[in-house]
Design a binder for this molecule. Structure first.
Ligand code: ZN
Length: 311
């Protein structure tokens, strides 16, 4: 079915997981999974098996205790609960995310299986180049990016609805010995210093960019988002607001931003800077003068991001 046989799809799970083949096979597998429930079930089991040794899965199991459901198909659960809730307004959508345990699993398995691009490794060198010290992780979820950013030495404020995902985040912050504030969208303190808005895999959840982000975009000088030129996922009606990359770029431009990494079209992230705050002067940058935070522990590596969730 759909131009590629089930057996071929399952053989391709490994490269599909790592988005190692960003071309035709990846697209064919994606289309096949959209239409074939049997392969979707196999894909779910494959991802959990790949994630079985992940510390993050162990953390989720510890966090949920007896409520932990092995092999939960979070993409299916998310789609079904979304369909049942049928959210019609911004308030309905917020209520959905505040209550969604499926989303907690979805964010966990996406990261723990290795399916999620390594956004922080891709972005941290640029953040350091642009003298970013404080980051607002908007749509932080379970803290997939929050923790690496904190561990690199950035001051991070987390922003998301109070939900099973952010309760897990708070638990993880304590477990890892971090003390970061978690605030609700729309309640970011006006006096909070923020150099960079980190908004990865969240733009598509916003019904109106200006309403949600206008105030923040006027305050920050750097914005990091996922690579918007990569085809993003399709899910339940209204789950994502699919805007063309050009439309989002135009919105950022209206707030005075320009792309700082236009050449990196195959990278995981897009980085935007506000003129005249541009890159540090030429010459040694990350070494002199020594920044008050440690350099990134790992060298950056970029991967082709897969389409986004539910995943
Ligand atoms: Zn199939």
């Amino acid at each position: 079915m759909n131009g590629i046989a089930c057996v071929s799809v399952r053989t391709a799970f490994g490269s599909y997981l790592r988005a190692a083949d960003g071309g035709g096979t990846h697209t064919a597998v994606h289309i096949h999974l959209t239409a074939c429930p049997t392969c979707r079930g196999a894909w779910n089991r494959y991802r959990w098996d790949q994630a079985s040794a992940s510390p993050l899965v162990r953390e989720l199991r510890d966090f949920l205790g007896e409520e932990f459901t092995p092999y939960l198909d979070s993409a299916a659960a998310l789609a079904e609960t979304w369909r049942q809730a049928d959210p019609r307004s911004v308030e309905d959508v917020a209520a959905f995310f505040r209550a969604s345990t499926a989303y907690l699993y979805n964010l966990t398995i996406w990261q723990a299986s290795g399916n999620r691009p390594d956004y922080t490794s891709a972005a941290i060198p640029a953040l350091l180049d642009h003298r970013v010290r404080t980051v607002l992780d908007y749509g932080c979820g379970i803290g997939n990016d929050t923790l690496p950013l904190l561990e690199t030495g950035f001051g991070v404020t987390c922003c998301d609805y109070d939900s099973p995902s952010t309760r897990f985040l708070r638990w993880r912050l304590r477990r890892h010995g971090h003390d970061a504030t978690v605030v609700e969208p729309g309640e970011v303190p006006a006096e909070l210093a923020i150099d960079a808005l980190w908004i990865v895999d969240t733009l598509d959840h916003l019904a109106d960019l200006d309403t949600a982000l206008g105030t923040l975009l006027r305050r920050v000088r750097v914005v990091v988002c996922e690579n918007l030129t990569v085809r993003r996922g399709v899910s339940g009606k209204g789950f994502h607001h699919h805007r063309p990359a050009e439309q989002i770029a135009a919105a950022f431009t209206r707030y005075g931003f320009r792309s700082l990494n236009q050449a990196a079209e195959d990278g995981a992230v897009m980085i935007w800077g506000r003129a005249p705050t541009v890159a540090a002067p030429p010459g040694p940058r990350r070494s002199a003068p020594a920044p008050p935070w440690p350099a990134a522990a790992n060298p950056p590596r970029c991967r082709q991001p897969p389409s986004t969730g539910p995943r």
